[in-house]
Design a protein around this ligand. Structure first.
Ligand SMILES: NC(=O)c1ccc[n+]([C@@H]2O[C@H](COP(=O)([O-])OP(=O)(O)OC[C@H]3O[C@@H](n4cnc5c(N)ncnc54)[C@H](OP(=O)(O)O)[C@@H]3O)[C@@H](O)[C@H]2O)c1
Length: 277
């Protein structure tokens, strides 16, 4: 039996066992995907113990994504660029490879929901400069976004992200978040604002063209007030669940040898768990 799982602290909230479990069953694979509660001080020991316990690898979530960079033996180019590891693969020789599939998940989901979308269409406004923002900006730059307006509460975090990833990234003060929406082709919220238990996202959409795609990567709740407001004024919207589902595909393929698909049935299953909590 092939084992995989998700390491985090806490980790009980993770939907990853549900979605990987769905694919294991769908493909008739003799495997297991487990919750792995690991406190920060035990990360290295836990990662080093994977191979001996029959694990093909694991996902990493808060607070391990950055710390793992210093533990794994190999870091792939995407994870190095983003500065975080969300997927660990145990190689044949027992060494650990760190990867990051969030940029893939963001891009694949946008393409799936809005097939006509091209990053080159026009400026993108990205709210936030945390770990998720790094993946989103990397994907947009790789896909040829002509300009990225990076708006963050802490200007220094945005400046560090822009310096690390380069490209046509402009740092904008948080106070100007509503004013910089004019002529944008894409708006992405990568802050935690609007998430259950967090303050709301205070953003006026009046300046945003109604043709602009609005993507909120927050997925709890699924219909954030940003998406509801955007939908009401006619903007095409993309919710955060799709990114979560798509980022899991390359990890599943690496561990279990089958590239799974994001189907309506999978989405319904994970969506039901979001409503239930
Ligand atoms: N759909 C998916 O697959 C997916 C994947 C990853 C993350 N996410 C979601 O994305 C969100 C961010 O995750 P992350 O890992 O990037 O978190 P993070 O590294 O902690 O970054 C949080 C971001 O939110 C900003 N922020 C927090 N509180 C704020 C406030 N009161 N006012 C203004 N800005 C505030 C932070 O600004 P400062 O820099 O000023 O602190 C920072 O830019 C979470 O809701 C997470 O669930 C979704």
């Amino acid at each position: 039996m092939i084992r995989a799982g998700v390491m985090g602290w806490p980790v009980e909230h993770s939907r990853s066992p549900l979605l990987h479990g769905f694919w294991l069953k769908q493909h008739g694979i003799d495997g297991a995907y487990e919750l792995l509660p690991v406190p920060p001080e035990s990360l290295e020991t836990a990662l080093r113990g994977l191979a001996a316990q029959g694990f093909a690898g694991c996902n990493l979530t808060v607070p391990h994504k950055q710390a793992a960079l210093a533990v794994v033996d190999h870091v792939d180019a995407t994870a190095a660029r983003i500065g975080a590891v969300n997927t660990v693969v145990v190689r044949r020789d027992g060494t650990l490879e760190g990867r990051n599939t969030d940029a893939f998940g963001f891009r694949e989901n946008l393409r799936a929901v809005q097939p006509a979308w091209r990053a080159s269409t026009g400026p993108a406004v990205v709210l936030g400069a945390g770990g998720a923002a790094r993946a989103v900006v990397a994907a947009l730059l790789d896909d040829g976004a002509p300009e990225i307006r990076l708006v963050n509460r802490s200007r220094d975090h945005a400046a560090a992200l822009a310096a690390a990833l380069g490209g046509a990234t402009i740092v904008i003060d948080w106070s100007r978040r509503s004013a910089v929406l004019g002529d944008a082709a894409l708006l992405v919220n990568t802050t935690s604002l609007g998430m259950t238990g967090q303050p709301p996202l205070d953003l006026a959409l009046e300046a945003l063209p109604t043709t602009a795609i609005v993507n909120d990567i927050v997925y709890a709740p699924l219909a954030t007030s940003l998406l509801e407001t955007a939908r009401r004024r006619g903007n095409p919207v993309v919710d955060g669940l799709g990114m979560l589902l798509h980022q899991a595909r390359p990890a599943f393929a690496a561990w279990f040898g089958v590239t799974p698909e994001v189907t309506p049935a999978l989405r319904r299953t994970v969506e039901a768990s979001l409503v239930a909590r």
